[in-house]
Ligand binder design. Structure first.
Ligand SMILES: *Cc1c(COP(=O)(O)O)cnc(C)c1O
Length: 486
């Protein structure tokens, strides 16, 4: 596809602006004038419309294709949540509108949504109260670890360390480190879950807490979760639940019942917000009763007269972590989604998410190397077989070949504890037909890897850009004059 600059034809114009009565000569100091005219493309209106429509069609999204990007929960989000979030009464609310004084009724509905979402999330997770302020899962992690730090500071505990399993999402150690803690990694055992003996060896009085994802990034549920929580509590540590992937257990099990003290959820993953490319999101944090006083400012309270207000008088709070109300629109979508599905619907979410992942796991087992045997939860992890590796094939080649077949690749090379990993998360919203066609594509790729590895290594052949240097493409992003040739 040509760049818009390459399509430019000197002298071609889209709109003709007639000379009006506005002054054409304005005196601008020379130092503020640009040295040369800007290099703008010259095109007709139709050229422009075609160019941007073509570009938009190169966009890949859940609304166009299957997107099994492990741990990211790229599920279909019902359009009704978008519709309701676009209602002017919500979409046009200004964060500085008064809460209760004259005109306060304008914000009462929004405060009610925040308050009732808090109650719904309490019911879903078994926690005692939430903040809706954090704007991403990672932001929720930082908030949660700051709450853990506030708890220890309040008690005069001098603790220095947060334990994080080696399979954790990279944001876990990053959040703990930003909050000022030393991060100690806990190894996984040969079953893919936390090694209990190693954990026991690492627990001491310095431990402020442990961050755990369950099911973990291998899609495996840790059977010792209760024991782990007890061990950490024995040294007055707190246990943090990374609930970004609640999709796997929503409606079935509650982290609060396992013994977790702090939980974050990714509303944009589990509860219906289209996401990707870094946003938008919301990562509410829930805590147990003794930790409520440390929640960030402000929280919504319901008064005796039935009205809602924001509470700012929170002496032990960790303070402000986001302006105003957090990402209100995302919380609103989650509220609509939860009410729409109800208890039965949420249970079906996790049942189908887990069923779909296990179906893929069983069907692909003969063709790829399954990282860990047994039932998985919302995602399964494969790697390439030895036969493929012997032909010089890497997981990246499989991922690139999927693009040519119209599928988004799974998450690759993560979790890092599995070599050449592919983490597949189908989510609950895909039909059996779609999943079957993905399985078929994966099987064809596995066969091609052995019969014609060179052809596989040439993929993708259907995209404008084939194999950019992934690191520099991400670190030195330049979308204005990218040259696919080199
Ligand atoms: C996505 C994810 C996160 C981070 O969430 P963001 O909203 O992207 O910051 C943390 N942990 C796990 C397990 C995740 O899947």
């Amino acid at each position: 596809m040509q760049l818009i600059f390459e399509k430019s034809v000197p002298g071609r114009k889209a709109v003709q602006i007639n000379a009006g009565d506005a002054p054409t000569k304005i005196n601008i100091k020379k130092q503020f004038l640009r040295a040369e005219d800007p290099d703008l493309p010259e095109l007709s209106e139709l050229d422009v419309v075609r160019h941007f429509t073509e570009l938009s069609r190169k966009n890949f999204g859940v609304d166009t294709n299957f997107y099994p990007l492990g741990s990211c929960t790229m599920k279909y989000n019902p359009k009704v949540t978008e519709l309701i979030a676009s209602y002017p009464g919500f979409a046009h609310l200004h964060p500085l509108l008064p809460q209760l004084r004259m005109g306060g009724m304008l914000t009462q509905g929004a405060l009610q949504v925040l308050h009732e979402t808090d109650l719904l999330l309490q019911e879903i997770t078994g926690m005692d109260g939430f903040t809706m302020q954090p704007m991403a899962g990672s932001h929720g992690e930082l908030t949660g670890i700051m709450i853990i730090a506030a708890y220890h500071a309040d008690k005069g505990n001098e603790k220095t360390t947060i334990l994080v399993p080696d399979s954790a999402h990279g944001t876990n150690p990053a959040s703990a480190a930003i909050a000022g803690y030393k991060v100690v990694s806990v190894p996984s055992n040969d079953k893919g879950v936390m090694d209990m003996e190693a954990l026991k060896g690492l627990i001491n009085e310095d431990v402020a807490g442990l961050m755990l994802t369950c099911p973990n990034t291998l899609g495996l549920f840790n059977p010792h979760i209760k024991d782990i929580c007890d061990l950490i509590h024995d040294v007055d540590g707190l246990v943090y639940y990374d609930g970004a992937n609640l999709n796997a257990i929503v409606g079935k099990a509650r982290p609060g019942d396992f013994g977790f003290d702090v939980v974050h959820l990714n509303l944009h993953k589990t509860f219906a917000t289209p996401h990707g490319g870094g946003g938008p999101g919301a990562g509410p944090v829930g805590v147990t009763r003794p930790l409520l006083k440390y929640l960030p400012v402000s929280i919504v309270v319901k008064r005796k007269d039935g009205t809602y207000a924001l509470e700012y008088e929170m002496k032990k709070s960790i303070g402000y972590i986001a302006p105003f109300y957090g990402n209100f629109g995302i919380v609103l979508r989650a509220y609509v989604y939860i009410l729409m599905l109800g208890k039965e619907g949420l249970i079906r979410v996790s049942e189908n998410a887990v069923l779909n992942a296990n179906y893929i796991k069983e069907k692909l087992k003969p063709y790829y190397k399954l990282a860990f045997e047994g039932i998985c939860k919302h995602e399964c992890v494969f790697s390439i077989t030895k036969e493929m590796a012997d032909k010089g094939i890497h997981t990246m080649d499989v991922a690139k070949a999927l693009i040519d077949k119209g599928f988004h690749p799974p998450t690759v090379y993560f979790p890092t504890i599995v070599k050449e990993s592919m983490m597949i998360e189908p989510t609950e919203t895909e039909s059996k037909e779609t999943i079957d066609s993905f399985i078929q594509a994966m099987i064809e790729i596995a066969e091609l890897a052995l019969s014609d590895p060179e052809k596989l290594k040439a993929a993708p052949v259907t995209t404008p850009v084939t194999r950019p240097d992934e690191t520099s493409a991400a670190r030195n992003l330049n979308v204005s004059n990218f040259c696919p040739c080199g």
